[in-house]
Every structure is written in C-alpha cells, then in structure tokens.
Design a protein around this ligand. Sequence first.
Ligand SMILES: Nc1ncnc2c1ncn2[C@@H]1O[C@H](COP(=O)(O)OP(=O)(O)OP(=O)(O)O)[C@@H](O)[C@H]1O
Length: 228
Amino acid sequence: MLEMKGISKRLGDLPVLSDISFHVKEGEIVAIIGPSGCGKSTLINLISKLDIPDSGSIQGIGDSVACVFQDDRLLPWRTVWENIRLVREPEDKGKIQELINAVGLNGFESYYPKQLSGGMQKRCGIARAFYYKGELLLMDEPFQGLDYCLRHEMLLMLLKVWRAHRQSVLFVTHEIDEALTVAGRILILSKRPGRIMKEIILPDYDNRDMASQEITTLRQEIITFITG
Ligand SMILES: Nc1ncnc2c1ncn2[C@@H]1O[C@H](COP(=O)(O)OP(=O)(O)OP(=O)(O)O)[C@@H](O)[C@H]1O
C-alpha cells in the first residue's frame, strides 16, 4: 500500500515538507493532523500526483487514488445514481445500490445535487469514492463546515461503509476528535516545514470509548504536540 519515504518539498523559497516518511497499510484508516499551514494540502497534492516532491519517493498506489474533498465536486447535471456510476465501468448496479443504501440515500437515486442537502451531497461523494475503489481513498477535511451533529453522523457513516469495504484511507483533518474517531493510527505533523512528530496507535474500534480516560489522555497529548 502507500509508502512515502523521505519526502521533502519547497514551494518557491519556502520549505513546506521535510523528510516525511510513513505508510498506510491495506484496509487501514490513517489520520494526518497538524496545525494550519504545516503542509497537509501540499502532501495531498503530492500523493494525488498534482505535484512532485523535491526528494523522496511515493510508492504503492499506482494511479488509482480516489479523493473526497471539502466541496463535493458532484456533477450538477447528473443524478445521485449517475454521479456514482460514472467513476467505474462496467456498471455494477448491485454495488451502487448497496452503497447508496449504506450512506442513507435510498429513495434519492434520481435526485440531482441541487435537490439534496449539503449532508446528502457529502454522502453521495463518499458513496462515489468507495464505488471507485481506488487503491487509496484520500479524504481532505471532508466534513469541514458541517455542524457538530451532522459531522458526527458522517463519521459514523464513514466507519460503517469502511467496515463493509475495508478500503485504505488517508484522512487529513485538523479536528482532533475526528481523527480519534475514525483512525486506526494518527500521524501528527509539526509546524512548517511539516515533518512527522509523532505516531499514535489507537485502541481497536470495538474497544474505543471516546469518553474514556485513555482517549482523553491521547486528546491532550495531541493538543500539546500541536500547540507546543
Ligand atoms: N503555490 C504556492 N506557492 C508558495 N507557497 C505556497 C503555495 N501553496 C501553499 N504555499 C505555502 O505552503 C505552506 C503550506 O500550505 P498548505 O496549504 O499545504 O498547508 P495546510 O497544512 O494544508 O494548511 P491549512 O490547514 O491551513 O489548510 C503555507 O505556508 C502556504 O503559504
């Protein structure tokens, strides 16, 4: 799966990323968390091949990276079903319906994006990303701007779909609780130039209690790293 080794990147005169090495294993969710401006979007651009590193190597993902961004980038002139169907040939009707049901959009298959709420558009984007079934699903602050309840609902929905499909996911966020909820591991980036300061391995999803002392301690540890 994804293997990044010794990645450094400057933008103009600015060193943005410095000697980044990490991997994402098959079927794992890894969250990357870091302060504003530390180079998270730059890292995503490198993984999705929109840019190239100055040094280091990125291996294991070929060209098949599916992305979910803050804006959903649904085609406005296509229905929910069509937006999902378009990313993969031949059409697998059973799989599309299964994903639509999993994200709670059954009954809305023939709706256009403008007829959906923001949260429903987000669900459609997630169903589409899982249908594409790239080697890696890259999520760049996908739930930013949603209110607390909806964001929580989205995280649980994401975990449910992920459990059924076991896709490898790299989830970039600056919301600590999002990372603590969805990730198997969290990587903490330093201030610019971003480098990996710390890896946190989280308890199994089945044994994870967000109100536990263990999670409270990890949350505090992350805050100390990010603000320190
Ligand atoms: N095209 C560019 N040319 C020069 N500098 C850039 C360019 N794009 C970004 N930068 C700089 O690179 C640094 C990292 O930017 P990046 O967008 O990767 O950070 P980020 O961690 O995603 O930030 P945020 O969490 O605020 O979205 C910033 O200081 C930014 O000013």
